[in-house]
Design a protein. Sequence first.
Length: 266
Amino acid sequence: MVLITREDALVTFVPIVVYWVASGIYTILSSVEKYRLHPREEENSKNLVSRGQVIRGVILQQAVQATASLILFDTSDAEKSANQSYITVARQFFVAMVVFDTWQFLMHRLMHQNKFLYRTLHARHHLLVVPYAYGAQFNHPLDGLIIESMSAGLAYAISGMSQRAAIVFYSLSVLKAVDDHCGLYIPWNPIHIIFRNNAAYHDVHHQLAGAKYNHAQSFFVIWDQIFGTYMPYRLEKRADGGYGIVMGNKIRHSFLSIFSFRLTRT
């Protein structure tokens, strides 16, 4: 019989709590029109699924992922937490970020390239043409396991991080995913300052014209640039408040541009 430890429970459920708390905060902020990437009425006119369906779908996916996490992932490594230096933890986080990003990008891109996988699994997520925060994990459960759960498991295993580090890493990853789907551009938000693939970047991917581009949704944009799926864009203030996204032409950036993380604003 496999016993579920306190650490196992925290690794599994703390990110879920972070998901809903962050979603609640972003939902409140979405009432401020000057931060919105789309007028409020577009949520009703463009989205092909109701908010109630999204909430039920997210709860289902989280239940499936939590069950899989508790059954499949062995995190019985309490001794790993002891006496790790900050440099070691930072290195583990960087490795985890690279592994997490690489797997998610490749699987996400595959879902868009393979018509069967897209139609059967990933199309569910794109019923949200105008994304909002708590729709981040609105996926087919199998899609969520392939893209999200497996990337998390690989990042944990390959990086060698401890349970405590995994709790923080998974929580930050969930927070980033919620932010990517919040449908807001908030100039003072550190995530929007540091990361180029923020809510505006991922919003391009949810639009019909940008669905084949900007697959990267975690920490870096390097894979979009290497694979030629990077879609440049600019933000323009709308007359009625908020921002509008103007897409540019698909271009291949030079390799040196991967070190640019800050969003260019107009």
